[in-house]
Design a protein around this ligand. Structure first.
Ligand SMILES: [Zn+2]
Length: 81
C-alpha cells in the first residue's frame, strides 16, 4: 500500500480521534493533569480532550474537529446511561 503525505495526515487524524475517545472511558481509569495545558484532566497524562480537539483541528479544520468531539460526547453519554 502506497502511503503519501495525505495518507500520513489521515492516519495522524485517526490517531488523535482515538485519543479523544479514550478521554471518555466507560470504566474509571487513571487521569492526570494534561501535559499540554496543565489545566484539564487527561487520560494517563496525555493531552486532554480540548487540546486533542485543537490538535485534530490543525489537520481536519476547526469545524470537523468540533463536530467529531461533539459526537464522541453524545456517544459516551449513551454508553454511560
Ligand atoms: Zn489540555
Amino acid at each position: 500500500m502506497l502511503i503519501d503525505a495525505n495518507n500520513k495526515q489521515a492516519i495522524k487524524a485517526i490517531e488523535i480521534a482515538i485519543k479523544i475517545i479514550e478521554n471518555y472511558p466507560v470504566f474509571s481509569t487513571t487521569f492526570l493533569v494534561c501535559s499540554e495545558c496543565k489545566n484539564n484532566p487527561a487520560k494517563g497524562g496525555m493531552h486532554c480532550k480540548d487540546c486533542l480537539e485543537e490538535d485534530l483541528a490543525e489537520i481536519v479544520g476547526y469545524e470537523k474537529a468540533k463536530e467529531f468531539h461533539e459526537n464522541v460526547k453524545i456517544i459516551s453519554k449513551r454508553v454511560v446511561n
